[in-house]
Design a protein around this ligand. Sequence first.
Ligand SMILES: Cc1ncc(COP(=O)(O)O)c(C=O)c1O
Length: 458
Amino acid sequence: MPSMVPEPYRIKAVEPIRLTTRAEREAILANAGYNIFFVKSEDVYIDLLTDSGTSAMSDAQWAGLMVGDEAYACCRNYDRLKDVISDIFGFCYFLPTHQGRAAEKVLFSAAVKAGDYVPSNSHFDTTRANIEAVGGHAVDFLISEGLVPTSQHAFKGNMDVKRLNRFIEDVGAQRIPLAMLTITNNFGGGQPVSLANIRTVKEVLSQHGIPLFIDACRYAENVYFIKQREAGYGNKTTLEVAREIFSYADGCTMSAKKDGLVNIGGFLAMNDERLYQQASQLLILWEGFLTYGGLAGRDLEAMARGLREALDEKYLQHRIGQVRYLAERLLEQGVPIVEPPGGHAVYLDARRFVPHIPQAELPGQALVAHLYLEGGIRAVEIGSVAFARKDEKTGEWTYPELELVRLAIPRRVYTQTHLDYVADVIIELYHKRDQIRGMRYTYEPPFLRHFTARFEFV
Ligand SMILES: Cc1ncc(COP(=O)(O)O)c(C=O)c1O
């Protein structure tokens, strides 16, 4: 049996969940046009759609809500958050935002102009969209192992530094206002980036005078992997590792809905005073005054407390342990997943799970539908529905390399029994995988297809 780290918390408040019948789920899913985003939360038994904004807050965070200072300007919670961010991340300036994409919008609007390039190991979709929205190009240089589901590379989120270097020489540093590293890499399976890689990326960028920004949503999970897997870091504290990571960066964007352990919140941080001043103007325009940025005082307090809790090593050990436990249970039965498991989710490899379904018949989406029908589990497709591109002239499709289904584990929400249930449902489904049918669109929206498309079984 896979080993499980016991929960480093006890439960003080509970929220009932209900398992519907198979007949109910068939009707619910058909009614939702076979798009899991349209299924009501109360009709989901185990919700693994995302780990973003779905964390359970601690008693200390809930208590923090009561000391929210709701003054418009310069509330005390801003100062608390400032102290925490300065202690962990060490940047000179920060701006609170209501979530990660707001920080991205402010950053790219201030720093990127039409025709510029922003390289990354792997841009998240909102990051890419915000760069493209100001006319920039988002380019990815993930190491090749990051695209091979069975590769056992310890840091599959690493940037391919050679390709980065060549790219800078080809397009010229003046067209690259900044580069990014997403830690951990959500799209490649929640895979970590090593400190050695972060250091080398920084060296290359410094030679060309290009600043490095970190997409820090899951930085604490990345810290834990560095401690576990990278020589020389095992005896350092999580805080020491975090500080070293950010010492190589010129700024970061943060969705605190992940490793800030809050349901809403984020920030943008940087060292460059001029950039801070430009970003401040945009923040006031889009989010709010510099000391609240689209959040209530109580939200700032919960974020300040959550950022500290997310670096607690016992918490991280359990958190990453939960993901590993689910992954090991599936692997024991031969269920194909992205290996080794990442920090926040287990990713089913749909191409190997249902090899009889061609990419044109949306194998990931079919798997998502069947997971719901089988056990009321909500997962999300990260494959052709999200990423395939159609050539408008020829009507021809280009399909993504990876066809994944993400089972994201909310932080501090589900117990081992819930994970056992999820594993049992998936294993049972895997045993009768031949019966899984492909899907096709009945409605295909022009943008961000996966959110609003409708489907039927082939
Ligand atoms: C890697 C990464 N960057 C940025 C974001 C955007 O954050 P938010 O959803 O808070 O806007 C996400 C959200 O899932 C993410 O996973």
